[in-house]
Write a protein that binds this ligand. Structure first.
Ligand code: ZN
Length: 150
């Protein structure tokens, strides 16, 4: 495993749409391992492949309940609403309130190429939405609420 350089805001790669992963080969498995190590070293709770310059639809998340790896994720259900502060390893020293669904259901592939359904609530739902946004070139700063809601 190796850590990779995290791309920062201003880098064009963060604004591009990532491509579907067609085949989960050894390169993809190594990428997943490296993403996990990079996220841990940076003390993050999530990392999407474009954040290390790879335009593939892959993200890793660990909000303290274990590692979740998602390949070609799609949000298939959303419920409720939450507003909470967000930050991003690619946007240093910036935090702000973003509105997200309170619950999401995500369909994705795991590293074995099996289809998995992941349900997330509250902070985990927020992390899933944030990372999946990265795959479409969207940053949380695009979605900041105008004012903080009590
Ligand atoms: Zn981010």
């Amino acid at each position: 495993m190796a850590t990779r350089q995290i791309r920062k805001v201003g880098d064009d790669v963060l604004r591009k749409k990532s491509k579907i992963v067609e085949k989960i080969d050894q390169k993809i498995l190594t990428l997943l391992d490296d993403m996990y190590e990079t996220m841990k070293e940076a003390d993050g709770v999530g990392l999407a492949a474009p954040q290390i310059g790879i335009l593939k639809r892959i993200a890793v998340i660990d909000v303290g309940e274990g590692l979740v790896e998602i390949i070609n994720p799609q949000i298939i259900e959303r419920k409720g609403e939450q507003v909470g502060d967000e930050g991003c390893l690619s946007v240093p020293n910036e935090y702000g309130p973003v509105k997200r669904p309170n619950y999401v259901k995500v369909k994705a592939l795991n590293r074995n190429g099996e289809e998995v359904i992941i349900e997330g609530e509250e902070f985990f739902a927020r992390a899933l939405c944030h990372e999946i946004d990265h795959l479409d070139g969207v940053l949380f700063t695009d979605k900041l609420e105008e004012e903080i809601i009590d």
